[in-house]
Design a protein around this ligand. Structure first.
Ligand code: AMP
Length: 398
């Protein structure tokens, strides 16, 4: 069965075509600069990359160009679009409505639209992508929405409620939603398989450390807590996002620097985090290099990231009454041995015996990086959100 996975942004559409029976990626690419000029990068497996700069005035044209590339006699990987059994769409926000992926119908589209205020940058683009596929693909091709928030919908009210006036939280649906759910779901299931253990029996802390970073506590087969909140700004400090700060800093800066709400939003999301602290970069490779060359603020940013991550791990262990497995994933979690080590250092009191002889130099591979005697098993599990979306899509349409 062939499944197309699409991740639409406001001016882009990333895609991968999977043969789900083998897990192979048949082709992947990115349609960028939609509505500006247009650039389609397309890479069929085993063949050369192909770039087209034909104009892409809207997402419908972009989807049509993607499909044309997939069936192209020269670069194509299928002979007809009818071979695409279903399309899986990454959708940022399913609000309080969806705790699972769903086959798209009019009600689902209504909910995605209702959640525009909660995901103003992503949800409109996600819906445009769904509608573009409906217009361009043969009638009846199922579309599946896989929500970034869905996995976290099992959190209990004490974990997701903010201490605001209750009526206001209800009026605006203000609560912790959490994000990266597809990744947390994938790596938590995958680590149970990898260790040959039953998912429901494990207390797992998943650490998705990338440009955006979040943690999840999984117990009894359900997400119990997560570090991102109403928006992906909360939790640990990130590439350019503050993470949790004293909320009083916001009105303080707005008053003293005369920032508008939009300027404040930009500062919190795009000018802060390890980039803001270091003044060097949001990229952890640049930060490590600068810190090793003696840049104190780069070192401080890395220390803050490790310290905040360690505190979240400790708090989730407390929340679950212990932890059996800690999993590192995403760009930093999979590739940065120093950060994994720094986050686990000092956790011996709760049963972590880290094994740096395995950890050092390990990149992008499934592995156990704790000692065999460790009460807590620490693992690296590379995430694969696109494959997870394809698998969810297949499960629903089969
Ligand atoms: P992601 O958002 O998951 O793509 O992760 C991006 C982050 O991962 C950036 O801060 C990168 O510095 C970091 N990263 C990605 N690849 C590597 C690598 N090979 N070594 C160190 N850090 C990496």
């Amino acid at each position: 069965m062939k499944i197309l996975v699409i991740n639409c942004g406001s001016s882009s559409a990333k895609f991968q075509l999977f043969d789900i029976d083998t897990g192979d990626v048949l082709a992947k690419g990115n349609a960028e600069r939609i509505g500006i000029d247009g650039k389609l990068t397309y890479k069929p497996a085993g063949k050369d990359e192909f770039v087209s700069t034909e104009p892409m005035p809207d997402h419908k044209v972009a989807v049509r160009m993607i499909l044309d590339a997939l069936v192209d006699p020269e670069h194509g990987v299928i002979s007809d679009v009818s071979e695409i059994a279903a399309v899986g769409h990454r959708v940022l926000h399913g609000g309080k409505y969806y705790s699972e992926s769903v086959i798209v119908n009019d009600d689902v589209k209504k909910v995605i639209r209702e959640c525009f205020p909660l995901g103003p940058l992503h949800n409109p683009a996600n819906l445009i992508g769904i509608e573009a596929c409906e217009d361009v693909l043969p009638e009846g091709t199922p579309q599946v929405a896989v929500f970034d928030t869905a996995f976290h919908q099992t959190m209990p009210p004490k974990a997701y409620t903010y201490a605001l006036p209750y009526e206001l939280s209800e009026k605006y649906d203000i609560r912790r939603y959490g994000f990266h759910g597809t990744s947390h779901r994938y790596v938590s299931h995958r680590v149970a398989d990898f260790l040959g253990k039953k998912y429901e029996d494990l207390r797992i802390i998943t650490c998705h450390l990338g440009n955006g970073s979040s943690f999840a506590a999984v117990k009894d087969g359900k997400c119990q807590d997560t570090s991102m909140g109403l928006t992906p700004l909360a939790g640990i400090c990130m590439g350019t996002r503050t993470g949790d700060i004293d909320p009083a800093i916001v009105p303080f800066l707005m008053k003293n620097e005369r920032f508008t709400p939009d300027e404040m939003d930009t500062l919190l999301n795009k000018q802060s985090g390890v980039q803001g602290v270091s003044g060097v970069s949001s990229d952890f490779r640049d930060l490590e290099k600068a810190a090793n060359e003696g840049n104190d603020r780069a070192r401080l940013a890395l220390d803050m990231f490790a310290y905040q991550g360690k505190k979240i791990i400790g708090s989730y262990a407390a929340a679950m009454g212990g932890v059996d497995v800690i999993v590192f994933t995403a760009g930093i979690g999979e590739n940065t041995d120093h950060m994994r080590k720094a986050m686990c250092e000092g956790l011996e009191f709760m049963g972590v015996e880290f094994d740096d002889s395995v950890n050092a130099g390990l990149r992008g591979k499934e592995a156990i990086i704790s000692k065999p005697s460790s009460k807590v098993t620490v693992c690296v599990i590379p995430t694969n959100e696109e494959l997870a979306i394809a698998q969810e899509t297949e499960r629903l349409v089969r």
